[in-house]
Design a protein around this ligand. Sequence first.
Ligand code: OAD
Length: 247
Amino acid sequence: MEIPPELVGKLRSARRVAVLTGAGVSAESGVPTFRQAQSGLWARYDPQSLATATAFKANPRLVWEWYAWRRNLVAQAAPNPGHYALVVLEHRIPEFCLITQNVDGLHQRAGSHNIIELHGNIQRSKCFDEHTVIESWEEQTDIPPHCPHCGGMLRPDVVWFGENLPPEALEAAREAVEHCELFFTIGTSGIVEPAASLPSLALQAGAVVVEINPQTTPQTRLASYILRGPSGVLLPELVARAWPNFP
Ligand code: OAD
């Protein structure tokens, strides 16, 4: 698709850019999204039995094993050109903030540094009782493994339905969004709050909103520029148009 030259100019001259990403950014890496018909995780599995504290208390082994399966899937996936294009943006834009709802760690593996994780990271665990974050554990012994400090059960360090986002992460995201000139919402269905409100916060604060997504979302109406298509194609194209000589 033709990238609007006006958008290319705005990106090239922007000093403060914030980006919100969702599962769609990792779709081209082979990581399933949540809400796509048939292939989406929530089309095949019931979130209430797998992604809530109540589900974990009822069947910790099932929940742990489902996340272990996803951890494996993500470990075998690799970042795609969309992730790498966002790394280039971090290098080219003086103040760049990447806010992600993704728990897969693919932005980090691509080389992005300034990342705010709103929904945690599947590669980490935390103690169910005391919330101590645990970076590595033995997968083979107990399922779920136990906290080395208090002996409680470990759970994935992700935000489940009914739980609050990490307050510092949400605060930092809002701060970045309120101060950006250009805001991108990429590969997210824009349904899950509070992330879903970030595009309107950006607009209220005077930013130009851009959406990259093959589908329409509730946030489409807020966007001045809409790039319809996969982020793994459109993001590298946008970056190449803005900085043609960048390797
Ligand atoms: P969804 O599965 O709700 O939405 C994925 C979006 O990506 C859709 O709008 C697709 O149209 C779009 N998409 C698909 N392929 C794409 C591609 N190649 N390039 C760009 N976009 C593409 O995922 P999220 O919006 O991330 O929460 O879901 C938000 C939260 O809901 C997740 O973080 C997760 C889930 O429940 C938790 O786990 C807490």
